[in-house]
Design a binder for this molecule. Structure first.
Ligand SMILES: [Zn+2]
Length: 109
């Protein structure tokens, strides 16, 4: 069905928000690689906030880059540990040492 003018405006806002999220996550990644973790964290938090405001999920792979406990931006090898064992992926935040596990096998319907 054709979106009405309210839906069109909403889609427009969301498209802009998506672009901003991608830009911010890109900047966060660059800061993290330059060892400036406070800035990386700040950019990642802004990206997360924009995502929540416009109800957009993080781009692929980035939903794993936030600690579920302390909401810090996680960089594998720097402040996070990613391991696979027994068909599960476990991720540990080295800031608050919380562990998050998820199955790697696709769910059967
Ligand atoms: Zn944490």
């Amino acid at each position: 069905m054709r979106p009405n003018r309210f839906e069109r405006a909403k889609n427009k806002r969301r498209t802009i928000a998506k672009e901003r999220i991608i830009l911010l996550l890109d900047m966060a990644e660059q800061r993290a690689l330059a060892d400036e973790m406070p800035l990386a964290d700040r950019y990642a938090q802004l990206a997360r906030k924009i995502g929540m405001r416009y109800q957009i999920s993080m781009p692929r792979g980035f939903n794993l880059r936030f600690c579920r406990q302390c909401l810090k931006y996680l960089v594998p090898g720097k402040n996070a540990r990613f391991r696979t064992s027994a068909g599960r992926l476990s991720r540990q935040c080295l800031g608050c040492s919380s562990i998050y596990r998820m199955p790697l096998k696709p769910r059967r319907i």
